[in-house]
Design a protein around this ligand. Structure first.
Ligand SMILES: [Fe+2]
Length: 279
């Protein structure tokens, strides 16, 4: 195995070269190396890998248990990401992906946030549609000691409504009822991982800090997000067909850049299920 890891930015992201389809399917050392690189770098880019859906699912199964809910695609374990409602009947919800978020902060049940997500580009947008990543581990590491002390005990309510309002600020009563039928979740602002590392739980689903004045709460959450996602802290992936990107959803927030609703952009996603709660 000659796997090579080259950092793509100061804080987050690395390009992986030297692996091929056969190694992904059969080489245990590759899976171990990918998991280690994911923990260290947050985002792994495999340019031009042209993974077929079955191989993508098989490789993700080597990383952990995967989500097999139906995903508007014939291969189990693949979810089709497209704004085209003929390809994905839930496309309107995907518009929330244009804001920074962690996947799985407001699940229907008590599921843990996803451990990792893999996307492969099947078709790309003529303009826009890049995916941006920022490290929430670094966001914590970059706090002052006083800030760490202040944030250590804060708890935050996350809701689907908070994230949907960013893209639909004037919902109909029916939309609001659907959003509110999803239970909100309370999480600590600082996530202490089983590895011992700490990250901040930020993004579009943050509704308010428990027990804090609403204005102060919003200002604090917005300021922490602004610092976490400052341009020099972000890796922005410009997609080419056949690129595969894997990110660590436990320590990375992400968003897609705007693209046209009638764009052919189509991503095939596989989700590796969460292996630890936010605590
Ligand atoms: Fe997402």
């Amino acid at each position: 195995m000659t796997i090579t890891i080259d950092k793509l930015s100061h804080d987050v992201g690395a390009e992986i070269t030297g692996v091929d389809r056969e190694q992904l399917l059969s080489d245990d050392a590759v899976a171990d190396a990918v998991l280690a690189a994911l923990e260290e770098c947050g985002v792994l880019v495999f340019r031009g890998l042209h993974l077929d859906p079955e191989t993508q699912v098989a490789f993700c199964r080597r990383l952990g248990e995967i989500d097999t809910e139906p995903g508007h695609h014939p291969v189990e374990g693949i979810y089709r990401v497209s704004l085209d409602t003929s390809k994905n009947s839930s496309a309107s919800y995907l518009r929330a992906t244009f804001d920074w978020h962690i996947d799985g902060c407001t699940p229907q049940d008590d599921a843990y946030p996803q451990m990792a997500t893999m996307l492969t580009a099947k078709a790309v947008a003529a303009a826009g549609g890049e995916t941006e990543f920022a490290s929430t581990y670094k966001a914590y590491d970059n706090l002052s000691d006083a800030e760490r002390t202040r944030l250590a005990t804060l708890r935050v309510v996350h809701s689907l409504e908070a994230s949907q309002r960013l893209v639909t600020p004037d919902p109909t009563p029916e939309q609001l009822a659907v959003w509110r039928s999803r239970p909100s979740k309370e999480h600590p602002l600082v996530w202490t991982h089983k590895s011992g590392r700490r990250s901040l739980v930020l993004g579009a689903s943050t509704d308010h800090v428990v027990g804090m004045d609403p204005g102060e709460s919003r200002a604090l959450l917005d300021e922490l997000l602004r610092r976490c996602t400052a341009p020099e802290r972000v890796y922005r992936h410009e997609w080419s067909v056949g690129d595969t990107v894997l990110w660590d959803n436990r320590g990375v927030i992400h968003r897609a850049a705007l693209y046209e609703p009638d764009s052919p952009r189509e991503m095939l996603r596989t989700t590796v299920l969460g292996d630890e709660p936010i605590r």
